[in-house]
Design a protein around this ligand. Sequence first.
Ligand SMILES: *[C@@H]1O[C@H](CO)[C@@H](O)[C@H](O)[C@H]1NC(C)=O
Ligand SMILES: *[C@@H]1O[C@H](CO)[C@@H](O)[C@H](O)[C@H]1NC(C)=O
Ligand SMILES: *[C@@H]1O[C@H](CO)[C@@H](O)[C@H](O)[C@H]1NC(C)=O
Length: 468
Amino acid sequence: MHYSIPGLALLAGLTAAVDPVEVRGQDFVNSVSGDRFVVIGVDYQPGGQGAISADNDKDVLSDPEACTRDAALMQSLGVNTIRSYNVDPTLNHDECMSIFNGVGIYVILDVNTPVYGQHIDRSNPAGTYTRGYMEHVFTVIEAFKGYPNLLGFFGGNEIINDLETADENPPYMRAVQRDMKDYIAAHADRPIPVGYSAADVREFTEDTFNYLACDNGDSSASDFFGLNSYSWCGSESSFQTAEYDVLVEMFSNASIPVFFSEYGCNDPSPRVFDEVEALYSPQMTVMSGGLVYEWSQEDNNYGLVDISTDGSLRLRADYDSLQKQYSRINVTLLEASNDTATGIPAPRCSSNLIQADDFSDEFDIPSRPSGVDALISSGLSSAPTGALVSVTATAVALPVYDTNSASMSDLAITVTSEANHPVGTASRTSSGSGSATASGAATTETGGAHRLSGAVALALGAAAFAAL
Ligand SMILES: *[C@@H]1O[C@H](CO)[C@@H](O)[C@H](O)[C@H]1NC(C)=O
Ligand SMILES: *[C@@H]1O[C@H](CO)[C@@H](O)[C@H](O)[C@H]1NC(C)=O
Ligand SMILES: *[C@@H]1O[C@H](CO)[C@@H](O)[C@H](O)[C@H]1NC(C)=O
């Protein structure tokens, strides 16, 4: 719950909140200013999928020291969004969510985990769409619904990964989205978007999109569509050879935002990220940006940084080259509102939207498992609900080294109240490495295009009240 109290804005302990982002037609939009919001992001799951398990008391958004370290580096990198794949909703995420809010970074969160009973099993959707599963999902919603920098929830990730799984699963994906959206409508104070993250398999990418985005006369449609796409590999690729032109055509009339929920082919290594220029160019404004896979180096070799078990971090060359690419992004272009894009209505669901023979064209969505109606009407009264707290520790306590192994000892976050954006996108000239990353203070306001948010949030129960 946020209270606007401008008269108290000078008191210490107040937490500035970013403006929530909402969906309007094809675009994400800042709900206060009306500016378009385009995702400039990274996928964030240090420790990989295995980082969460039944016998673990941590997840990626529950360790404030690690979050401060990563938020400071992401602020300099120019990121405005992270995606985290699995969280434990019983842990406290207030500090990490407040740290990312404080540097102007939004969070898109998957509601599922690899633990059985906490996801739809694509080989048995009917048997895993249960009351227990939905209770887990609603617990995640309760834990995160109170944070203004929560951009949205992924209800599913790559559940359909071949035509075999495309027959039975699609109606269940819509069923889960319906239940999430009904729960949010009843128990959150804003319409938090719910979407799906799809494997980019061109024989059914368009079917997946059409199936999930169409209007079925109920609440089961996706609010946004993420695509995991690795088609652009190094300097040999181009808009045409990576088939980005195909995507632009495919999504030209999309009625919901479409973005890369993962991108960044890791051949060559280190990566050069030439696709960044294309993705944020005037040619591709139909897309709402993307999330680079991924922040930390794990077994599959996609990291921007190396994180050791002692919490120290070393930048990889990929971080520097991504920062250099980001610094060329035209933020003015991306923030322009577009009445055509925000006004595109969804087509009615119908079997003629679906092309592949094996893809479900059944729009009779499964009814809720027994007991889920009651959970939605009464809400989970005992589930913990997070809220912003004031961020007082801005210095990075963990050791961080740049790509030349020099210690970045002055690293700190700079607290702001508006979306982060790349350094050098307005008046600044890019340095690519060294000084731009050597201090957290390098990232401040660039240019006058960014209005200050009027939203000031007081975190209930936080130090702010004690100070009064
Ligand atoms: C998009 O919509 C316009 C206007 O309705 C139509 O002319 C065009 O064919 C559509 N494009 C696609 C790819 O569906
Ligand atoms: C950035 O985009 C705006 C809006 O389209 C345009 O007017 C401006 O010329 C662009 N700036 C550069 C450096 O391309
Ligand atoms: C506005 O959105 C429409 C629909 O995506 C697109 O065709 C058009 O190019 C956009 N205009 C600008 C200036 O980006």
